[in-house]
Design a protein around this ligand. Structure first.
Ligand SMILES: NC(=O)c1ccc[n+]([C@@H]2O[C@H](COP(=O)([O-])OP(=O)(O)OC[C@H]3O[C@@H](n4cnc5c(N)ncnc54)[C@H](OP(=O)(O)O)[C@@H]3O)[C@@H](O)[C@H]2O)c1
Length: 236
């Protein structure tokens, strides 16, 4: 693990909180960003709405005073669905702003700090919806496809700076985002049939994958979308 700060956005709960804990367990210095600024004990938290560019820039500025920044996990995101026939441009843009624009902006803000540190790692948290056609999920699917595209473009552009960029794309993971939906009997039996491993994933499973990518500095591995979905997305 490189010596320096790793920023995890949306780390007050769910997948982000698990990623922050896993990185801390591996000895990383972690700063968790979220609107509430809440974090588990022992971690540093900064209140920051990632869709606010000025707030993000201020968070980087504050953190950089306490040492090098060597990584960022762009995890903060929301799910919103609904019929495409009535989806407004405003609603589409607002989800794109949070799930895609903030990923690009945070990565761009991280860039000079990672260069100064001699390299680093960026991990976006996408979704296996990025390659699927999901009814009533147009904005979410588009935003997660963008997270993968951003990872590919930055990986190519910043490879010479020794910056590796990934997109980790989870399937159904049990968190606040979907817990109520996942508890219904109808959904549970559908998941048993549809997901080859027969269950939803847990936040720590995504966290351990992100932890490996951060800890193992495999220079030739970059730009990839790595699906962690119990083989759901490839199941015919
Ligand atoms: N759960 C799944 O099945 C699943 C599957 C595929 C992909 N994902 C992706 O994984 C990521 C995390 O999802 P999750 O299930 O852990 O969601 P979650 O339990 O709802 O947690 C979302 C986190 O993001 C933060 N957040 C939301 N809006 C924010 C903003 N504008 N600025 C800063 N932080 C913000 C929240 O904290 P505050 O409320 O304090 O801001 C919270 O820490 C998302 O990008 C999601 O799309 C999830």
């Amino acid at each position: 693990m490189r010596d320096g700060w790793i920023i995890v956005t949306g780390a007050s709960r769910g997948i982000g909180a698990a990623i922050a804990s896993d990185l801390a367990r591996r000895g990383a210095k972690v700063t968790a960003l979220s609107r509430s600024g809440n974090v588990s004990a022992g971690l540093r938290g900064i209140a920051c709405d990632v869709s606010d560019e000025a707030a993000l820039a201020a968070a980087f500025e504050t953190l950089s005073k306490d040492g090098p920044i060597v990584g960022i996990v762009n995890n903060a995101g929301q799910h919103r669905g609904g019929p495409s026939a009535t989806l407004t441009a405003g609603d589409f843009e607002s989800l794109m702003r949070l799930n895609a624009t903030s990923v690009f902006v945070a990565s761009r803000l991280a860039y000079p700090y990672l260069v100064k540190a001699g390299g680093g790692t960026i991990v976006n948290i996408g979704s296996f919806f990025d390659k699927l056609g999901v009814a009533e999920n147009l904005a979410y699917c588009a935003s997660k496809a963008a997270a993968g595209a951003i990872a590919r473009c930055l990986a190519v552009e910043w490879a010479r700076d020794k910056i590796r960029v990934f997109n980790v794309a989870p399937g159904y993971i049990e968190t606040d985002l979907n817990r109520e939906w996942l508890t219904s009997e109808r959904v549970q039996s559908w998941i048993k049939r549809r997901v080859p491993v027969g269950r939803p994933g847990q936040p720590d499973e995504v966290a351990r994958l992100v932890g490996c990518l951060m800890a193992e500095d495999i220079g030739f591995l970059t730009g990839e979308t790595i699906y962690i979905d119990g083989a759901h997305g490839i199941n015919h």
